[in-house]
Design a protein around this ligand. Structure first.
Ligand code: F6R
Length: 609
């Protein structure tokens, strides 16, 4: 994780770096720093804490420079501290580096460099890169970086500068992302496109093994051996305004409210109601590949894994394809069995999650095809998968995923319907009914959102509770898991989600009046079973809040509070039931004064294992 940025051009360097770092802060925010070059000297400022602390320090004691680098950190090696914050310097103080990733062989390198006389100041793995570049430096920074990275094992996106080879920044990528923005008389490098878009819409995505030497006139690209590489300049359509808060107190709340739009945007152009058809040729699966698919594996982490659990039911029900769902971090280390008739679907909002990317790479040679469901155009996962289905959710800034969960479920549902349609497993009439329900879904989500005030009032009663149980069965189980994850990650309250039927196998021992339950109970095939689970909780003095169908007149007799959501096609109910759970978690966290958009210890893009 961590975010890197570098700028060279006519604009005032410190504001460009600080504004860019604010946009990268989701990648880590335990410490930050900048380095700027003024004439022949490099000046550095590093702080423990968020970008706001860095900004304040720079306001109180400004730095002067013409070009420079910045970094926001999520600690891996070395605790968060001013000393361990990037940028890191060599022994001379003339060479500076920022790094995202992990250098696995840093201990051996550090020992050797120490023996050769290099003095280390930090506990980080990154510092070895600065000293390695120093060791190889003979006046040409790019050549020294090339020689240094030949000795590195691990993952890195780095940007380096040296006042002894001035007015250039050298970038190298092996693993974590790096994007170069090429403007008019200015060039910028960053971990993602957000800091770039305010300056230029023309970007180049570096591939693993790419280096770039950037100056105000543009960028020259080579491979790690120094051979010239031709790169495609892409034009990005995202508008920087799309990432403003639009009057919401937090990005997370804004993003929860964007969900109706996100469903509309993700299905737009991909269904034909006239023909009763799903149009997903864009995914790029040939008719031959589709015909060969007999099984599916969905691989993801965190919230994306929860969306994958819903996807499993979509695939099995609509396409009649046996489907399993796997944590990428577990799957990649198994001696997994994958047959040539298996479709692998990797789900990742960021498209950069290290474990998901590694699983993709492991599966690619062995599967029928690997398809990525991702939100970030040209992310590593999007580029490496054989087919891509983009979730059109727009940028998600809140670290806790909300609208992208909904967008992922939408995309997986479309894929499930598409597979069902092409394999002839789904009758036209049934398909049309589901597609029509999809058209109604955004409006139904709006109706759930219109209850935001009532949910806020309810949440206030639970602000001081320390434990929550979330229950759901069948298609409501992923919603329960997701609701519990939201509460945990943004309010730091212990929350556990269980499949209702598992209750009596252990978790029921936890129930007392101090542990409320949020039960997701749409009127579906497991409704009666959930009522039994609810009765078991009530018999043990548990307080129950149910998210249930608005047309359900009975549920109120079984639980303490009902949050009604519109009735829906049974398999599409999680699109509605997850929304009150997101709001409930948000309201509790906001009332507790938690840092909702940037919860402690987390980062939006997990590019380390
Ligand atoms: C939770 C959350 C994380 C991510 C997970 C995977 O709110 O955001 O659990 O879902 O880190 O990230 P992506 O989807 O980018 O692969």
């Amino acid at each position: 994780m961590c975010g890197i940025i570098g700028y060279i051009g006519p604009k005032s360097i410190v504001p460009v770096l600080v504004e860019g770092l604010k946009k990268l802060e989701y990648r880590g925010y335990d410490s930050a720093g900048v380095a700027v070059v003024d004439g022949g000297t490099v000046q550095i400022r590093r702080v423990l804490g968020k970008i706001a602390v860095l900004e304040e320090s720079l306001r109180a004691d400004p730095l002067q420079g013409v070009y420079g680098l910045g970094h926001t950190r999520w600690a891996t090696h070395g605790r968060p501290s001013e000393r361990n914050a990037h940028p890191h310097i060599d022994c001379t103080g003339e060479l500076v580096i920022v790094h995202n990733g992990i250098i696995e062989n840093y201990l051996g390198l550090k020992k050797r460099l120490r023996e050769e006389g290099h003095a280390f100041r930090t506990e980080t793995d990154t510092e070895v890169i600065a000293h390695l570049i120093e060791k190889h430096f003979r006046g040409d920074l790019a050549a020294a970086v090339r020689a240094a990275i030949a000795e590195l094992e691990g993952a890195f996106a780095i940007a380096a500068l040296s006042s002894r080879d001035p007015r250039k920044i050298v970038v190298a990528k092996h693993g974590p992302p790096a994007v170069v923005g090429v403007g008019e008389g200015e060039t910028i490098v960053s971990s993602d496109i957000n800091p770039i878009l305010g300056h230029t819409s023309k970007v180049v995505f570096l591939e693993d093994g790419d280096m770039a030497v950037i100056d105000a006139g543009g960028a020259a690209f080579t491979d790690f051996q120094g051979a010239k590489v031709e790169k495609k300049v892409e034009t990005i359509g995202w508008n920087p305004l799309m990432i403003e808060k639009h009057g919401f107190k937090h990005f997370m709340l804004k993003e929860i409210f964007e969900q109706p739009e996100v469903i509309r945007d993700t299905i737009m152009g991909r269904v034909s109601l006239d023909e009763g058809e799903v149009l997903l040729d864009e995914v790029g699966l040939s008719a031959e590949t589709l015909a060969s698919v007999r099984k599916a594996v969905i691989i993801a982490c965190g919230t994306s894994y929860h969306a994958g659990l819903a996807g499993q039911l979509f695939f099995e029900t609509w396409a009649r394809i046996p489907t399993t769902v796997e944590y990428a971090s577990e799957f990649r280390y198994r001696d997994f069995l994958l047959e040539k008739d298996t479709l692998v679907v990797v789900v990742s909002q960021s498209g950069e999650t290290a474990d998901t990317l590694a699983a993709l790479r492991a599966c690619k040679p062995r599967a029928a095809a690997v398809v990525a469901v991702t939100n970030v155009v040209s992310s590593s996962i999007a580029r490496e998968a054989q087919g891509v289905l983009y979730t059109h959710a727009g940028p998600e800034i809140g670290v806790a995923a909300t609208k992208t969960f909904t967008a992922q479920m939408t995309a997986l549902a479309l894929l499930g319907l598409y597979l069902g349609q092409t394999k002839g497993a789904l009758e036209k009439k049934a398909l049309l009914e589901i597609l029509e329900e999809f058209q109604r879904l955004p409006h139904k989500v709006e109706r759930v959102l219109s209850q935001a005030k009532a949910i806020e009032d309810l949440a206030q009663r639970f602000v001081h509770f320390s434990h929550f149980l979330y229950l759901g069965r069948w298609v409501s189980f992923p919603a329960a898991l997701e609701g519990a994850l939201k509460l945990k990650e943004i309010s730091y309250i212990h929350a556990e989600a269980y499949a209702g039927g598992e209750m009596k196998h252990g978790p029921i021992a936890l129930i007392d009046e101090k542990m409320p339950t949020l039960a997701v109970v749409p009127r579906d095939r497991v409704y009666e079973k959930m009522l039994s689970n609810i009765a078991e909780i009530k018999a043990r003095a548990g307080f129950i809040i149910a998210v249930a169908g608005a047309g359900d007149a009975e549920i109120g007799r079984h639980v303490d509070v009902v949050i009604p959501v519109p009735d829906a096609h049974p398999l599409l109910s999680p699109f509605l039931s997850v929304v009150p759970l997101q709001l409930f978690a948000y309201d509790i966290a906001a009332r507790r004064g938690a840092d909702v958009d940037q919860p402690r210890n987390l980062a939006k893009s997990v590019t380390v294992e």
